[in-house]
Design a protein around this ligand. Structure first.
Ligand code: GLN
Length: 191
């Protein structure tokens, strides 16, 4: 299986390394032709306004949106989650806008630039997942077709809607492979 990691800006190399550890081939995604060769896509963290602008400049925004709407599995982490959201609080920035969620950017407060937390994610495993948050967003609202996978207090930080998976944190920055494995096995292979 070959997964494309959107390589406009942000933490794409770390995702490639994590996928490789799982024995999955991971290629950088920058051009439309490459989109036709992959069985799934990861949209990494970074700066969502920059990635959104580059998606438009590289003429990838529309083709990627169409593929996702046709069912191409996609995993958006942090900025990637923001780009997949239909609604972004107080922002009209360019986005893919395919998922029925409303997000708030930098929502844990600019003061709390980054932090780590142990998350209970039953879908992913019994042991808690150590999650790294960096200027992270969270999900304010979901439509009923969206399954909430993890929360901190009442803030939603991981969710899934059919072929779309999102996390507010960065699973590529720890040695825990379970989140990527969940994406490959459950979302991409439908096991
Ligand atoms: N704050 C960034 C944004 O709004 C996301 C941060 C991240 O991806 N680590 O795009």
């Amino acid at each position: 299986m070959k997964i494309g990691v959107l390589a406009m800006q942000g933490a794409f190399r770390e995702h490639q390394h994590t996928l490789n550890k799982l024995g999955v081939e991971a290629v950088k995604l920058r051009r439309v032709e490459e989109l036709l060769e992959v069985a799934g896509v990861i949209i990494p963290g970074g700066e969502s306004t920059t990635i959104g602008k580059l998606l438009t400049d590289f003429k990838l925004m529309e083709p990627l949106r169409e593929k996702i709407l046709e069912g191409l599995p996609v995993f958006g982490t942090c900025a990637g989650m923001i780009l997949l959201a239909k609604e972004i609080e107080n922002s009209n920035q360019p986005r893919l806008g395919t998922m029925d969620i409303k997000v708030a950017r930098n929502a844990f407060g600019r003061q709390v630039d980054s932090f780590e937390a142990d998350l209970e994610i039953p879908e992913v495993g019994q042991e808690p997942v150590r999650a790294v948050f960096i200027r992270a967003p969270y999900i304010l609202e979901v439509k009923p077709n969206v399954k909430v996978l993890a929360k901190i207090d009442d803030k939603i930080v991981m969710a899934r809607q059919d072929n779309m998976l999102v996390s507010a944190f960065h699973p590529e920055l720890t040695d825990d492979l379970r989140i990527h494995r969940y994406f490959i096995e459950k979302v991409c292979k439908g096991l």
